[in-house]
Design a protein around this ligand. Structure first.
Ligand code: SF4
Length: 290
């Protein structure tokens, strides 16, 4: 990675940015689908900067989505300022690209973002996220937050909290700031007391639960495409929808590793529950016939 955020060791441990060849990515995707994998997670360090053989990240996704047997592709964590129009457009029109983005925010305060060396402002992040949810129906948006970064005042924390509260996130990963030697932030003064970090982290996690419940409730009445993964201890089939909502159904059929339409009936903070669309029969390629 070439970004060198002040809290991150990755540029030092993993080296500078480079991209795998497109042919190599296509080959691995084909091998995974041939082994029966229905969802391919496209992952990498700062993956939105992918550029190889004339293909940018949207070009890579487009090509991978055409590989024979791909059920769907999911993008893992991505840096906000690498999500451009072409990625959003592709996500909006290609139903093999899951409408889900884990867009790392880290802080909602510009002064902290600046000391973190994050290449965006809170306003830019906000406008990007609102653009995505306006163009990609029912998108799930996750984010990472670092709480207690050196210099985080009550006022800067309040700005982060307000942004998290305002924007339509599905879920947060909350990291209490911890020091790594070899990072620039380790040498920064104005360290935050651990008990304050703990209190702020708990507050953000509580908000995360509220946001998650709200997102789950917004799924009620919709039909989601669920890739079933396992049967849980309750005997319910459990899987993830295209927008990453956790879904369970009470259905005796063996539908694991199948992408199945589910009508959502109810939701709580932990999951959404529904039933497989009535009259649906599936062949081994998950082609739906009613
Ligand atoms: S946090 Fe991400 S963008 Fe920043 S330096 Fe680390 S890998 Fe690069």
């Amino acid at each position: 990675c070439d970004v060198f955020c002040s809290f991150c060791v990755i540029p030092y441990t993993r080296g500078r940015q480079r991209s795998r060849t497109l042919a190599d990515c296509v080959r691995e995707t084909a091998a995974l689908t041939a082994r029966g994998h229905r969802e391919i997670v496209v992952t990498g360090v700062n993956i939105g900067t992918y550029m190889e053989g004339g293909a940018d990240f949207a070009g890579l996704l487009d090509q991978l989505s055409e590989v024979h047997g791909v059920g769907r592709l999911r993008i893992s964590s991505i840096e906000p300022m690498t999500v451009d129009d072409s990625v959003i457009d592709l996500m909006a029109r290609n139903d093999r690209i899951c409408p889900y983005l884990h867009l790392c925010l880290q802080s909602g305060d510009d002064a902290i973002l600046e000391t973190m060396k994050r290449p965006y402002t809170a306003a830019e992040y906000r406008s990007l996220l609102l653009d995505i949810v306006a163009r990609v129906p029912n998108a799930g948006i996750g984010t990472d937050i670092i709480v207690g970064f050196p210099g985080e005042t009550e006022e800067s924390f309040a700005k982060t909290y307000a942004l998290l509260e305002e924007l339509p996130f599905y879920h947060f990963h909350v990291f209490s700031y911890s020091e790594h030697t070899h990072t620039r932030s380790a040498k920064m003064p104005e360290k935050i007391q651990p008990e304050i970090v703990k209190k702020r982290s708990e507050k953000v996690r509580r908000l995360g639960q509220i946001k998650k419940q709200r997102f789950h409730e917004a799924q009620v009445g919709r039909t989601l495409q669920v890739l079933f993964e396992r049967r849980d201890p309750r005997g319910r089939l459990v899987g993830h929808a295209e927008n990453y909502a956790l879904v369970s159904v009470d259905d005796p059929r063996d539908l694991t590793n199948r992408i199945v339409p589910v009508e959502v009936r109810e939701a709580d903070v932990d999951e959404v529950r529904g039933t497989v669309l009535a009259g649906v029969e599936l062949d081994r390629q998950d082609r739906v016939t009613a």
